[in-house]
Ligand binder design. Sequence first.
Ligand SMILES: [Zn+2]
Length: 274
Amino acid sequence: MARHIVCLSFDFDALSGFIARGLVTPTPISRGEFGVVGAERIAALLRRHAIRATWFIPGHTIETYPDACRAIHAAGHETAHHGWTHVPPANLSRAAEEAGLVRANDAIRRLTGADARGYRSPSWDLSPHTIELLLQHGFLYDSSMMGHDYLPYRARSGDVIALEQPTVFGAPTRLVEMPISWSLDDHPHFEYFRTEGVTLPGLRAASGVLENWFDDFDYMTRTTEWGVITYTCHPYVIGRGHRMLMLERLIERLKDRGAVFTTMEDAAREWAGR
Ligand SMILES: [Zn+2]
């Protein structure tokens, strides 16, 4: 019997992404603050639809907004790891990366009573050490790579990549990769972002994004008997009115098409058990 799983994931960056980019004046900080408003709206929507989701929460958010994070955990959602700061591991030394991994896991353990089982790197860029560190620290899955759309796979370690040589792939590890895509992330579609020399236009009509997101699920039902699709949203992005309506419409349409909603941890375990 066909089974098509949907994982709704929310990267609750709040202020951390702005701080990591050095944007610490009052307006960008307030833009991150709006994430707490968005998180409440999302939690209410998920409650109405009896959906458990996965929240990737930086340690900075857990320690800045402990009540908001406790409410998410108390509602039965999965809390997963998203660094302590929002600095991508590719920009850190191995020691700094591991220290952030441990510090954020300490914050998650104080919040939920357990270590995180899932990891998603800030800005979706892993360092050469990340997979090995995640294995060392007992993670079940990562969700930062784009090697498939509907099927988890085993993350590799030790690829040898050189410009003028064929790539030699490293061995698959135990770590389950729960793949993602920028096309299924609210941020590039919606978030207007301007820094010196860079303007990301964003601000697309939510109706068009809804069609894209639904069609990616639809295609999964046509091409797989078992599959999982992961949508990535940020409370400070999706939390705006017209986008919340889009998220609600998406959930309703997916339900009508037989989608099964689970946390990413449950989906990773289900895939590994097949
Ligand atoms: Zn993030």
